[in-house]
Design a protein around this ligand. Structure first.
Ligand code: HEC
Ligand code: HEC
Length: 633
């Protein structure tokens, strides 16, 4: 556990320092042009908060100051979130639920900052004036600290362009989805403010680089497209009915493309460190943009990846990995069921009953920072060790598997060909884990009808499916946990951590009492994480039933009813610290159906189905050659 905290901390610090490191190659003479804008807006945030503090007894003045402070914050959100991600998430503008922080002592960060101020002002309850004062003073302190820090950093120009792209991801995945502004529901207007600052930044770029040749057109296109996006926002700023899908498809993607073209025309470099998103791509939300290698620990080993994946595929379907040579990974992760097994919970080793949990899909599983429902594995590679060693699953040991595999000349040759960089090229525990992981990285589904719509194919979704997405990301708040575009709990735009939530999933489909699987608590032993589960991907959920960690729901209608009611608390059994809003969602039957229609438009298993193939043979152990492809059961 210690290791994992340290590891996360390291990741986070690297994230924060990545930008500061830019110092070294900064274009010094212009270093203040963009920074000045940020600093002046930051100053305005602080001024508004100070006035707010001074006039906090006057409710109409308080709300006015609150909104103004928000607006100026939204102007520099792209910068603060990038350069100070920890402060942004845990002190300034986190979601309005306790955050299971892996970085802070005690692991839990209660809601604070803007979200808490908003709750105090707008929740309709009596105003907690002491709480308000404390929040305001804390916010002022954080912003002042940021100001001091920003005075002395200077970043390269290209980084500002990348930050604007990342802000577009934030807009599409978080801001439009009710991640913040929970009570005021001013999300759509705030996105308009995000875009205003984008126009300001572009103006500064134009001043700095001029408008010679191609540049003029690039700047014009950007301005025009941002302004068009603003028009779209202003036409319907209603959070519940805003057509976010069309906004993303026809405006966010367009602005992103303009930014990429400008970046290329300016001839500026791109960040070289490994990121989750390839920003120098034509699209912001597509297969090509996501970088599976970012989600892996074996950073340096990038040769022969295809051979490794092909070998991993053999191993995945080969029951040689289990102690009785009868179970393969694919016993429980079957390709024709989107890599699940269709059971409530999976069948245990030696057919001795059932394991505790439902087998999740492996499609797109790579795009996570934690594995298993309780997040006990932090890497896919580690997950493989766990499952091979688990007495209830494969009942074996990687060291035994290595010895077995070494008896096959065919396997030996395959490992030799796939692992050439390692000193100990050949069959090893490392190589087994790496090969299977590389195979898992090929299990990617980003070409569903929904994805094709995002790519501009207007006919690939009908109106009800579009409406379904808009409800999913809007009124039904699903998108505040299942983040667009992966629809799992890995938080965009950096994809550095996967989130856990407490829904109060019941013990049975009758919704009578809480399921007593302790979830994340099993790993952290933190009381507030009791019954928390990692938010899974819902891509391909048409095929992955039964649903939830305990497989209690057999169809998506039941899942929708669970959310409609407000989770466990909504069903009136107590759920400590439920993070899902308790109130009924008040979705009509037709709205629920639309959401399900949208979910079904996320199905894409093209190219992932598998026909049995011949497994490698064992010359000297003929009994092993009786192995069944995909496992006996
Ligand atoms: C006995 C059935 C069974 C076998 C065999 C099995 N799994 Fe699983 N797998 C599960 C179950 C059940 C879970 C969820 C367990 C949990 O969350 O505690 C799971 C979880 C996973 C996850 C985590 C997915 C996520 O999104 O968190 C991955 C990855 C995975 N399995 C890959 C494999 C690989 C690779 C193999 C073979 C080495 C394998 N599994 C063998 C049943 C199985
Ligand atoms: C507060 C965060 C949160 C919200 C809001 C939320 N979900 Fe979930 N969702 C989760 C978590 C966590 C799980 C896994 C729970 C478990 O297995 O115990 C889950 C599971 C699911 C599953 C089952 C996936 C599977 O393969 O078993 C579906 C489908 C789903 N959610 C759809 C939705 C829809 C539709 C909405 C909106 C009506 C929604 N979710 C809102 C966090 C959330």
């Amino acid at each position: 556990m210690k290791f994992s905290i340290l590891f996360c901390l390291l990741l986070l610090t690297v994230g924060a320092l990545m930008s500061i490191r830019e110092n070294s190659d900064a274009v010094v003479e212009q270093k203040f042009a963009f920074n000045n804008y940020v600093l002046s807006e930051l100053e305005l945030v602080i001024d508004e908060l100070k006035d707010f503090h001074a006039e906090r007894a006057d409710s109409s003045k308080s709300t006015a100051h609150y909104f103004k402070a928000r607006i100026h914050y939204k102007h520099i959100e792209f910068f603060v979130e990038h350069v100070s991600p920890v402060q942004a998430k845990y002190q300034i503008n986190g979601a309005l639920v306790p955050k299971f922080s892996e970085y802070e002592e005690g692991f839990i960060v209660d809601p604070c900052g803007f979200q808490r101020v908003e709750e105090i002002l707008f929740s309709g309850e009596e105003i907690d004036s002491v709480g308000l004062e404390n929040e305001l003073l804390d916010l002022i302190t954080v912003f002042q600290e940021l100001k001091n820090a920003y005075l002395s950093i200077s970043l390269s120009d290209y980084l500002y362009l990348e930050m604007l792209q990342l802000q577009l991801v934030r807009i599409a995945a978080m801001n439009l989805n009710g991640y913040d502004a929970t009570f005021t529901k001013t999300n759509i207007q705030e996105v308009d403010e995000n875009l205003k600052s984008m126009l300001e930044m572009i103006k500064l770029f134009r001043l700095k680089f001029g408008t010679k040749g191609e540049l003029k057109k690039k700047f014009q296109a950007l301005n025009k497209d941002i302004q068009n996006a603003q028009k779209f926002l202003r036409k319907n700023p209603n959070f519940d009915t805003f057509n976010r899908l069309d906004f993303i498809t026809f405006h966010v993607e367009t602005i992103n493309r303009d930014l990429v073209l400008l970046h290329r025309t300016l001839g500026l470099p791109w960040s070289e460190h490994k990121q989750a998103l390839h920003l120098n791509s034509d699209r912001l939300f597509s297969n090509e943009t996501l970088n599976p290698q970012f989600f892996s620990i074996y950073y340096s080993d990038e040769s022969n990846l295809e051979k490794q994946a092909a070998l991993g595929k053999l191993l995945f379907y080969d029951p040689i990995l289990s102690a009785n040579n009868e179970r393969a990974c694919s016993s429980c992760h079957q390709p024709d069921k989107a890599f699940t097994d269709g059971l409530r919970t999976s069948q245990a080793f030696n057919q001795d009953g059932f394991v505790e949990r439902n087998a999740p899909t492996l499609i797109d599983a790579v795009y996570q920072k934690a594995f298993f429902y309780d997040g006990k594995a932090y890497q896919l590679e580690q997950q493989i060790r766990d499952v091979v060693h688990n007495e209830r699953e494969m009942g074996s040991k990687l060291s035994d598997v290595v010895l077995k595999l070494r008896k096959s000349d065919e396997y030996k040759a395959l490992f030799r060909a796939a692992f050439t960089v390692q000193k100990d090229a050949g069959i090893s525990e490392y190589a087994i884990q790496k090969a299977i992981t590389e195979y898992e990285k090929t299990l990617i589904s980003m070409n569903s009808r929904f994805d094709r719509y995002l790519g501009g194919e207007r006919n690939s979704l009908n109106q009800r499916e579009i409406n379904g997405y808009n409800l999913f990301a809007g009124k039904a708040l699903c998108g505040s946990c299942h983040f667009f575009p992966l629809f799992n709990g890995t938080v965009p735009p950096y994809f550095m951590d996967s989130e856990y939530e407490i829904l109060g999933v019941p013990a049975t489909g009758e919704n009578k009492s809480l399921d007593l699987d302790k979830g994340r608590y099993e790993v952290t032993k933190v009381q507030k994480q009791m019954y928390a589960f990692k938010t899974p991907s819902i891509r391909n959920c048409e095929l992955t039933g039964p649903y939830m960690h305990n497989g209690i729901y057999t169809d998506l209608k039941q899942v929708l009813q669970f959310y409609q009611k407000g989770g466990g608390e909504g069903f009136k059994y107590p759920v400590p610290n439920q993070t899902l809003p308790f109130d009924s969602l008040e979705l009509s039957d037709r709205e629920q159906e639309d959401i399900i229609l949208f979910l079904k438009a996320l199905t894409d298993t093209s190219g992932l189905a598998q026909k049995p193939f011949k497994l490698p043979s064992f010359e000297s152990s003929p009994n092993l050659n009786a192995r069944v492809w995909g496992g006996k059961y």
